[in-house]
Design a protein around this ligand. Structure first.
Ligand SMILES: Cc1cc2nc3c(=O)[nH]c(=O)nc-3n(C[C@H](O)[C@H](O)[C@H](O)COP(=O)(O)OP(=O)(O)OC[C@H]3O[C@@H](n4cnc5c(N)ncnc54)[C@H](O)[C@@H]3O)c2cc1C
Length: 405
């Protein structure tokens, strides 16, 4: 049965669509939309009921995301991060106190920022340099994160860092829940938002650089990965699979929205004395677009329903990678074809296609590039470990090697 919030999302989307160009042009965060999402119960809908959410499944959230992404990519991203990624990691791995602290912020409209990428650690995220060194009952954070979505507007931050003991010996990678509210001048000492990127699309969303200069944080805010810090990064990336499913669903939604616009235009616009819809060359393009969208949607739904091994509460890594890879590449092509059908009009900003085209370009990059996703999928087919090593080879996992010997 379809979750009731899917229909509510559809109703809200007409307002989101009308306002989408405004946030894009003014490069401002869509606070008005956020308050509608909060009022409807969409922010934090995946949070378990005991923490004030609705306990909605990732599939329910995905279906809501598609409706919103048809109208406004920016708002759809907020729904992803208000239900998947950082907040789902806290809900899966966090202590009661951590969950009880984070849930009300998200339910009130905060979109947690997930802070992994660094200037020298992009695809090779495990090469991160940010450290958290133990000091009594606290940790001291030092480092720089960049391209952080929501940097400057988000209050909850999930900061990935190498965890060091008091002697400076590395224990593994952990994530810290850091509350900072720079917009209201309420951030811990040493935390700063130092710059905002000028992006080609999704212009209402700040992508910022964050600096941590001896930021002290109580040890109780360390999110303990279930298999311990040594395997912490793998656990945290499992939680991130939900975010990948959300991103893939945005791509499907934007493509579906573009198809709706294309259909309308083909029926309205006449050339050579006939509606464009009567030209077979365009009909076949439309059919291919529709088929690709359907295929992507099925992959995303399959990934949203799936669970990784060992009782994981998060989507399977390979299914999530497959869904994001296919949906993100599909959406760029579909939106481009829809724009083509509009001719010059599609290239101008009186139609939403040029904005959708700029927005959707991001999804083959952010949250794991299509190259890295392909490497992951190939790794799972071949039983080889990712990431690639410095010398360029993908390592055979120990299990595969044992089986082969
Ligand atoms: C709009 C946007 C929002 C983002 N939001 C966040 C966020 O909220 N939090 C966060 O932590 N990060 C965020 N990121 C960062 C994003 O996750 C990284 O950009 C991404 O992981 C790629 O890293 P990079 O940009 O440093 O590219 P690089 O790693 O430098 O890669 C450059 C190119 O080389 C390719 N490449 C690299 N290694 C290999 C390999 N082994 N095999 C084949 N090809 C390879 C890549 O695919 C890419 O095409 C965001 C990025 C964007 C664009």
């Amino acid at each position: 049965m379809t979750h009731p919030l899917v229909n509510i999302a559809k109703e809200l989307s007409s307002g989101f669509e009308k306002r989408a160009a405004g946030w894009d042009r003014s490069r401002t965060y869509c606070w008005q939309n956020v308050s509608e999402l909060v009022h409807a119960g969409i922010m934090g809908m995946s949070i378990p009921k005991e923490y004030g959410g609705q306990g909605a499944s990732f599939l329910d959230v995905a279906m809501v995301i598609e409706e919103i992404a048809r109208a406004c990519t920016l708002t759809a991203r907020i729904v992803v991060e208000g239900n998947m990624g950082g907040i789902s990691a806290v809900m899966g791995y966090g202590s009661d106190a951590q969950k009880a602290f984070c849930a009300p912020h998200v339910l009130a409209g905060d979109k947690p920022a997930i802070c992994i990428t660094e200037p020298e650690a992009g695809s090779a995220a495990t090469e991160m340099r940010t450290t958290a060194r133990k000091k009594g009952s606290r940790f001291v954070l030092n480092g720089t994160k960049h391209w952080i979505t929501g940097g400057g507007v988000s209050k909850l931050h999930l900061v990935f860092a190498r965890v060091l003991d008091e002697a400076g010996c590395e224990q593994g990678v952990g994530a810290f829940i850091l509350f900072a509210d720079p917009a209201n001048g309420n951030s811990p000492e040493g935390f700063s938002v130092v710059g905002r990127e000028h992006t080609m699309g999704l212009c209402g969303m700040p992508e910022a650089e964050l600096q941590f200069d001896n930021v002290e944080i109580d040890a109780k805010w360390l999110l303990h990965p279930p298999s311990g810090l040594k395997h912490g990064f793998a656990d945290l990336m499992n939680a991130y699979n939900s975010q990948r499913v959300g991103a893939a669903m945005i791509a499907v939604g934007v493509a579906a929205g573009a198809l709706d616009h294309a259909k309308r235009h083909l029926l309205d616009r006449k050339q050579f004395g006939r509606p464009l819809a009567e030209f077979q060359g365009l009909q076949w393009m439309l059919a291919d677009m529709d088929t690709q969208i359907h295929a992507a949607r099925l992959l995303v739904h399959e990934a949203a329903r799936s669970r990784g091994p060992n009782g994981s509460r998060y989507p399977d890594m390979t299914m999530a990678a497959r869904a994001k890879l296919f949906a993100s590449e599909m959406a760029i092509k579909v939106v481009s074809d829809a724009l083509q059908m509009f001719g010059a009009r599609g290239y101008g900003d009186q139609e939403p296609l040029e904005r959708m085209y700029r927005d959707v370009r991001m999804f083959t990059i952010g949250g794991g590039t299509t190259q890295i996703l392909r490497t992951q999928i190939a790794g799972s087919i071949l039983g080889m470990k990712t990431p690639q090593t410095r010398d360029g080879y993908t390592r055979l996992s120990e299990t595969m090697r044992d089986a082969a010997e």
